[in-house]
Write a protein of this length. Structure first.
Length: 226
């Protein structure tokens, strides 16, 4: 598969603006199966959003991009057998620690994350971040599992990630050492790093684990393409 990368260019008030633009990947390696699936779904959701906006441009001017995206995502999920009723979310596993944007559920070696979009504000923006995370931190790569939510209202993506067992939060020094080892420079803000391609932040102990063998895992981070 051709090496490619997408970044998100979301315009707040214009659905007619391009959302995804292709850019050179600038990193080694082929696109993974996880990212191929995420890209496939993201482009289809974007395509449907554009069609929806064009069809109802005159009659539903009050409908926001976020609302359109939610409607499109729910319909897509139902059509493709990816809709998880919100009543079934607790069947994913034992409730785990929850953060600002994720409720987590643990089952054997998997942690499921139900993302409320609070940080990203958009399914497509979240997909772009996950895609970049998978390029940078494949040991903790995300796979798209399903969509859940309340019918006709709220839609939340559900991702799954391998569980890092018997781990503890890494210390700031351990995090800085690890990030330097993979080519990132520390910036002035706490937990913020960059290289020639990415800026990564919120790389702090709550989002970075160290297992019993001393290996470091970035399980969550905010990322943007420079």
């Amino acid at each position: 598969m051709h090496n490619s990368f997408f970044c998100l260019s979301l315009q707040a008030n214009r659905m007619t603006d391009d959302i995804f633009e292709s850019v050179s990947q600038r990193v080694d390696g082929e696109e993974t199966a996880e990212n191929s699936r995420i890209r496939e779904v993201a482009y289809e959701l974007h395509r449907r959003c554009q069609l929806y906006e064009a069809k109802f441009r005159d009659g539903e001017k009050h409908v926001s991009h976020f609302e359109i995206e939610q409607r499109v995502a729910e319909l897509y999920a139902r059509e493709n057998g990816m809709w998880l009723p919100v009543s079934d979310v607790f069947d994913l596993g034992v409730p785990g620690p929850s953060g600002n944007e994720n409720d987590t559920y643990v089952s054997n070696d998997i942690i499921y994350k139900v993302n409320n979009l609070l940080n990203s504000g958009s399914i497509l923006k979240l997909f772009a971040k996950i895609y970049m995370h998978n390029n940078l931190f494949y040991d903790t790569c995300y796979s798209l599992y399903a969509f859940t939510g309340f019918e006709g209202r709220t839609v939340m993506p559900v991702f799954k990630q391998s569980l890092v067992k018997n781990a503890r939060p890494a210390t700031p020094i351990e995090i800085e050492t690890y990030m330097a080892a993979i080519g990132f420079l520390k910036l002035n803000d706490k937990g913020r790093f960059s290289n020639d391609v990415y800026e990564v932040w919120d790389v702090v102990p709550r989002n970075v684990l160290k297992d019993e063998e001393g290996d470091i895992y970035i399980v969550d981070a905010e990322i943007k393409l420079l």
